[in-house]
Design a binder for this molecule. Structure first.
Ligand code: UT7
Length: 323
């Protein structure tokens, strides 16, 4: 028998305020038609004044715990993927830990921008396989609305706020590609591309800063690198594109999602798409899509899932798991 990190529960939280594309027509020179046709986005959620990433993360964590039929006392560790922690430190994960009433175990943030959730899944999987934790809350939560330059039409129309969470649990499995749980991971980064997507603030500047992106360049890297990493992860699991029930991609742009699926020779009927409703929620987009995919009745126990993401760094990667 082999130890696997199996998904025991999933949940998400979206802030109440929904912002349609039309609201941006009053802010910058843009149109609903441009935003829809270039990105696939129709609306996004924005956090309320004073609502922080740890608030969103806590709500998603509670939803995932309820779905798992577990309490915070059953959790050994919290890994929170985010680039928009409430404060420079302490971690937003420790704030979630306190909100959940946990004084045991350990909690930390992980920052790999839009690839954050894939990195967090891989990290949590490693902790479970090495016996450091038996049950891990893996959360992706972001408030990118706080990083927007509202005068930059090339970025401000693309991002949204939200959170999603999984409970991963150590379970004994036969040790075949038919096992439930995380089957393989494939991570990459290349810091030579750090200027393609970054925030022009941080401790070295004294200000929080705003998001800056060379969209066309990131787009070019995305389709190629995402299909490559997804194939590499499938190879490691001894599986191929034909075995995939669902691609659950990072939700940045419908054209990137379609381009990657095409390269993987997986039809769009087998791709979970939420970008129209959420916009790009960075590290939150994959757990949000997993949770929505389950709620829609798309993802079912036993389904083979490939998640893939790319973002600032550049950092990218994929995880193959059976639900
Ligand atoms: O999650 C992290 C990873 N990030 C991504 O994956 C984002 C990757 N990039 C993209 O999704 C796309 O590149 C964008 C959606 C950002 C842009 O689409 P594009 O087809 O690459 O457009 P573009 O940047 O080449 O811009 C085309 C034109 C430009 O005008 P000119 O120079 O051709 O006259 C832009 O100024 O569209 C203009 N434009 C806009 N027009 C109306 C840029 N933003 C807007 C806007 N409304 N909001």
């Amino acid at each position: 028998m082999t130890l696997r990190a199996v998904v025991r529960g999933v949940g998400h939280y979206l802030p109440e305020r929904i912002v349609p594309n039309s609201e941006f027509e009053m802010l910058v020179e843009t149109s609903d038609e441009w935003i829809r046709s270039r990105s696939g986005i129709e609306r996004r959620h924005f956090a309320a004044e004073g609502q922080t990433t740890s608030d969103l993360a806590t709500a998603a964590a509670l939803a995932a715990l309820a779905n798992a039929g577990l309490a915070a006392s059953d959790i050994d560790a919290i890994v929170l993927a985010t680039s928009t922690a409430d404060l420079t430190f302490p971690s937003a994960a420790t704030m979630v830990q306190a909100n959940l009433g946990m004084s045991h175990g350990f909690a930390f943030d992980l920052q790999a921008v839009c690839a954050g959730f894939v990195y967090a899944l891989s990290t949590a999987n490693g902790m479970i396989l090495s016996g450091q934790a038996r049950r891990v809350l893996v959360i992706g939560a972001e408030t990118f609305s706080k990083l927007m330059d509202w005068a930059d039409r090339g970025t401000c129309v693309l991002f949204g706020d939200g959170a999603g969470a999984l409970v991963l649990e150590a379970q004994e499995m036969p040790g075949t590609p038919q096992d439930r749980g995380v089957l393989s991971t494939d991570l990459h980064s290349d810091g030579r591309f750090k200027d393609l997507l970054y925030v022009d603030g941080g401790v070295s500047t004294g200000v929080t800063g705003k998001l800056r992106m060379q969209g066309k360049e990131v787009f070019r890297h995305a389709v190629e690198k995402l299909a490559e990493t997804a194939h590499a992860a499938l190879d490691k699991a001894g599986l191929s594109g034909e075995d995939v029930d669902w691609i659950v991609p990072h939700q940045a742009n419908i054209r990137i999602i379609e381009g990657t699926a095409k390269r993987m020779q997986v039809p769009m009927e087998r791709v979970v798409v939420t970008v129209q409703d959420h916009g790009n929620t960075s590290a939150a987009s994959i757990p949000l899509a997993l949770s929505v995919g389950v709620a829609r009745g798309q993802i079912k126990p036993g389904d083979l899932i490939v998640t893939e993401a790319i973002g600032g760094g550049l950092a990218w990667g994929a995880v193959v798991l059976r639900w």
